[in-house]
Design a protein around this ligand. Structure first.
Ligand code: AMP
Ligand code: TRP
Length: 324
């Protein structure tokens, strides 16, 4: 059975880009893989977080994983900072990571324009490599923006194996081209993101029905007035990608279904689809979040499992290095 590992930072509000690009892919895979999903809180603190809010955020993300369909009988969910093996392997990997390769990371370059640069932000991809390599992971389902980090992970694994002997499996990213990059509803050239300054650009998983409808209604389109495969711009293509993802059908089928429909009519259908799905997720979320004992039990099971499994790889790496 293949091992799948992925994670999301408990920073900002989870949005439909996270759902479409990451979580919904995880849900589909969990029946036939060994799936492990992490709430990466140590990644989140590489940019300023409010210490009194972060615990709540971590639990929110874990509960959203479950509400979106991650089934704890099939998958493991745990909190990164509850397993110290991640930071320990990250330190070891630091010693073989070329400085120049981290300087070339696109996400680092983008974030360092917005935040004061700390060493943790620079080292972020090495901790991510550690997350993945500790579990002998085969596949990492993520959005397009994480591809470069997974390439670095493979490079580090290969380098370590060559230098010290076979230790890590080389993981592959799993990125679905139609849904890998959901764009802002206000600017189709910019990725839908937790840190978007324009609140109309992002539909959050916990948005109210009114907000979801308003955001779709106000989403930018183009100067055409109806859907056509040949002449739609990026904005309408993005809305069609969202529609396809929520309907779980290919873009081709969506174009066939909606060809010739007016943008107004299409937006109505899209809003109905998104509202129905998010209402279902929110219903489950409220239920899960009101039973913290249950949530803690799921996270404790995940913690024990992740510590046991990752320790095997960490010990192997230390042995190869000649450490005690
Ligand atoms: P982040 O929000 O940066 O913690 O990302 C968590 C996961 O969601 C990663 O796998 C990202 O690649 C994915 N993701 C984030 N934003 C988008 C987006 N706009 N479109 C598709 N996937 C996304
Ligand atoms: N860096 C990822 C992001 O910003 C989150 C992440 C951390 C991750 N560790 C991971 C994703 C391991 C996949 C696998 O979205």
């Amino acid at each position: 059975m293949k091992t799948v590992f992925s994670g999301i930072q408990p920073s900002g509000d989870l949005h439909i880009g996270n759902y479409i690009g990451a979580i919904s892919q995880w849900v589909k895979g969990q029946d036939f893989t060994e799936s492990i999903f992490c709430v990466v809180d140590l990644h989140a603190i590489t940019v300023p977080q409010n210490p009194s809010a972060i615990k709540e955020k971590v639990l929110e993300v874990a509960a959203l994983y479950l509400a979106c369909g991650i089934d704890p009988r099939k998958s493991k969910i745990f909190i990164q900072s509850e397993n110290p093996n991640h930071t320990e392997l990250a330190w070891i990997l630091n010693t073989i990571t070329p400085f120049g390769q981290l300087e070339r990371m696109t996400q680092f370059k983008e974030k360092s324009e917005k935040h004061e640069v700390n060493v943790g932000l620079f080292d972020y991809p090495v901790l991510m490599a550690s997350d993945i390599l500790l579990y002998q992971t085969d596949e990492v389902p993520v959005g397009e923006d994480q591809k470069q980090h997974i390439e670095l992970t493979r490079d580090l694994a290969e380098k370590f194996n060559k230098k010290f002997g076979q230790t890590f499996k080389l993981p592959n990213s799993v990125i679905h081209k139609d849904t890998a990059r959901i764009m802002s509803l206000q600017n189709p050239l910019s990725k839908m993101s937790k840190s978007d300054n324009d609140p109309l650009g992002t539909i959050n998983l916990l948005d109210t029905v009114e907000k979801i409808k308003e955001k779709i209604k106000k989403a930018v389109t183009d100067s055409n007035s109806s859907i056509s495969k040949d002449n739609g711009g990026e904005a309408i293509a993005n809305l069609l990608a969202i529609y396809s993802a929520f309907k779980d059908q290919s873009l081709d089928i969506t174009y066939n279904e909606l060809d010739g429909k007016s943008y107004g009519e299409f937006k109505g259908l899209l809003a109905e689809l998104v509202v129905d799905k998010l209402k279902e997720i929110q219903g489950k979320y409220t239920q899960i979040r009101s039973d913290e004992k249950y949530l803690r039990r799921v996270l404790d099971e995940g913690k024990d499992y992740s510590i046991n499994k990752s320790l095997k790889t960490l010990n192997k790496a230390k042995e190869q290095l000649g450490l005690m």
